[in-house]
Design a protein around this ligand. Structure first.
Ligand code: FES
Length: 138
């Protein structure tokens, strides 16, 4: 009886993701979030898990150049799209202007969510939403 009552999950699926311009093939449960795929399967731990419910922004990455919350994004929905994480954000030797600015202005707080803040800040500029203090605050 106990065996019959045991719940079984869906079978793993194969997904092919382009992450930081590199193709990665994963076997994941369909319900796997992009954040869990990045952190737990690909060892890309720059994107942080804070709230895991779409509130804090620590998990922010770009999908096709637009900000997404990786904790609320299913990895399987990212097939055929370009994912950029903080690890793919610079050339690995030199920081970009936003990263240097965070250091210059001591903008780290505890530092845990800094990668998400950097990803979001650059996208904010790229999307043209930084023309005033009020717009930036929003
Ligand atoms: Fe907080 Fe994704 S972990 S918004």
């Amino acid at each position: 009886m106990a065996d019959r009552a045991r719940l079984r999950g869906p079978e793993p699926v194969t997904v092919e993701l382009s992450i930081n311009h590199r193709t990665r093939i994963l076997e994941i449960e369909p319900r796997t979030s992009l954040l869990d795929a990045l952190r737990e399967q690909l060892d890309l731990t720059g994107s942080k898990k804070g709230c895991d419910q779409g509130t804090c922004g620590a998990c922010t990455v770009w999908v096709d150049g637009r900000r997404v919350l990786a904790c609320l994004t299913l990895a399987i929905t990212c097939e055929g799209r370009e994912i950029t994480t903080i690890e793919g954000f610079s050339d690995g030797r030199r920081m970009n202007a936003m990263q240097r600015s965070f250091i210059k202005h001591d903008a780290f707080q505890c530092g845990y969510c800094t990668p998400g803040q950097v990803m979001s800040a650059v996208a904010l500029l790229d999307e043209g939403h930084a023309s005033s203090d009020a717009e930036i605050a929003e």
